[in-house]
Write a protein that binds this ligand. Structure first.
Ligand SMILES: CC(C)(COP(=O)(O)OP(=O)(O)OC[C@H]1O[C@@H](n2cnc3c(N)ncnc32)[C@H](O)[C@@H]1OP(=O)(O)O)[C@@H](O)C(=O)NCCC(=O)NCCS
Length: 177
């Protein structure tokens, strides 16, 4: 019998932003890079997805899947030997979905400080044992930064849903004509 991943003590109480925060770090190896020593964009996207998933699982206290990824700009190259760090937190939650913000930085071998490589926003949906969306607790932003991220996430959410609805309408019109 499959276990129900939704914890029996689920209360829907707001979860402080701090609870979902996660930092993952890994040194980039030869398998991550091309022949010139540049790390593949897909490797960075994978670490973004991994950190985002951990934050979403922490917030929702159970399994969550990636539902949507916003555009992502690569601001600086990542090189073989760099320490790649991804920091993630749940910015906002709806009924079953969560927006996770992920910041990617690198520390170059032998150099001080971190270089900002990318920022990404992903939507995760919490799922039950049957893979159906399940309710998630609200986010309780604690700092001024967290409150700002919460509001920005709501703006992005509105824009994602509007874009999806507009494309759906256009396709339906196109099929009718
Ligand atoms: C994600 C998934 C569970 C959603 O299922 P669904 O039946 O479409 O669910 P719903 O339409 O009820 O949407 C669920 C939530 O996701 C949100 N959502 C769905 N698509 C979205 C999109 N393109 N952009 C933003 N939010 C989206 C909905 O707004 C809703 O949020 P809310 O409950 O907070 O209001 C389903 O599409 C799925 O399993 N996709 C595959 C996921 C996957 O394999 N990921 C990669 C490996 S982890």
């Amino acid at each position: 019998m499959a276990l129900d991943p939704v914890p029996s003590d689920f209360t829907g109480e707001p979860v402080p932003t701090e609870r979902s925060k996660v930092t993952l770090a890994r040194v980039m190896g030869v398998m991550d890079a091309n022949n010139y020593g540049d790390v593949h964009g897909g490797v960075i996207m994978r670490s973004v997805d991994e950190a985002g998933a951990v934050a979403a699982v922490r917030h929702s206290n159970g399994p969550a899947v990636t539902a949507f990824m916003d555009q992502m700009a690569f601001l600086e190259p990542v090189k073989l030997g760099d320490l790649l760090t991804t920091r993630a937190q749940v910015n906002w939650s709806g009924r079953t979905s969560m927006e996770v913000g992920i910041r990617v930085t690198v520390q170059r071998m032998g150099l001080e400080g971190e270089v900002h490589v990318a920022t990404a926003h992903l939507v995760f949906v919490a799922i039950d044992a049957q893979g159906r969306p399940r309710p998630v607790p609200p986010v309780q932003p604690e700092t001024e930064h967290d409150r700002l991220r919460f509001q920005e996430a709501q703006i992005r959410r509105t824009s994602r849903l509007e874009r999806r609805a507009a494309i759906k309408r256009l396709r339906e019109q196109g099929l009718d004509s």
